[in-house]
Design a protein around this ligand. Structure first.
Ligand SMILES: [Zn+2]
Length: 220
């Protein structure tokens, strides 16, 4: 039994029972057998698969394998897929995807700030997300980022596209209502995931029951 996954470069990868990773090289004429080569360039080990079974091993790997590596690559591939297909915030994408990693595997993942940068890059290189502006001024926020899915307002305040100290404030109506009615607020700023033209992303949370709900507001 062999597992396949999609790498962040969009290539199909195969992992064998010993955690060696292969790239697909070729298929037979009717496409029923796939030929794979070890992803280590200098290594010539190959396998053939039919369906999800390895039917032939050719050559011996001249290097060690790692159980963590295929897992990390799979997680990064999954993060990329979700990043492109949804508008979820980078950090919650990462948090959801790393849930499958154990504590000892987590350090193998690139730093969160690097993954966030990759997510921005992946989104910009697909047509659905515009490139990050080069400056805080001179651009309008596109409608689909100003409104929520049902047409409710999400961009509650924009200090103006000519304001060099531009402040944007995002919240749902429900979020604003909660701010009015709930006494316990918590604030937290982040710099790492904030586009470099802005100073920081500051988030206000209110305590509802025993959990908290976030209201986002990227500020200058
Ligand atoms: Zn190899």
């Amino acid at each position: 039994m062999a597992e396949t996954f999609r790498s962040i470069r969009g290539k199909d990868k195969l992992v064998d029972d010993n955690n060696f990773i292969y790239n697909e090289k070729q298929r037979n004429v009717d496409g029923t057998i796939k030929y794979w080569k070890c992803e280590v360039r200098e290594c010539n080990a190959r396998v053939h698969t039919r369906g999800d079974r390895i039917i032939k091993y050719i050559g011996v790997h001249d290097h060690l394998s790692s159980a963590v590596k295929p897992k990390i690559k799979r997680v990064l591939g999954a993060i990329k897929d979700t990043a492109i297909s949804s508008a979820k915030p980078s950090r919650s994408l990462i948090a959801a995807a790393v849930g499958s990693l154990t504590e000892s595997e987590l350090p193998e993942l690139p730093p969160t700030s690097h993954v966030c940068r990759s997510i921005r890059y992946w989104r910009q290189s697909t047509a659905s997300f515009p490139a990050n502006p080069m400056s805080r001024v001179g651009f309008d926020i596109p409608e689909r980022f100003r409104l929520l899915e049902k047409g409710d307002i999400f961009l509650q305040f924009d200090s103006g596209k000519e304001d060099v100290n531009r402040i944007l404030l995002f919240s749902s109506e429900k979020g604003l209502d909660d701010l009015y009615s709930i006494n316990n607020w918590a604030g937290d700023g982040t710099f790492k995931c904030c586009p470099s033209i802005f100073f920081q992303l500051y988030v206000l949370n209110v305590q509802i029951g025993s959990s908290t709900e976030a209201l986002g507001s990227p500020t200058k």
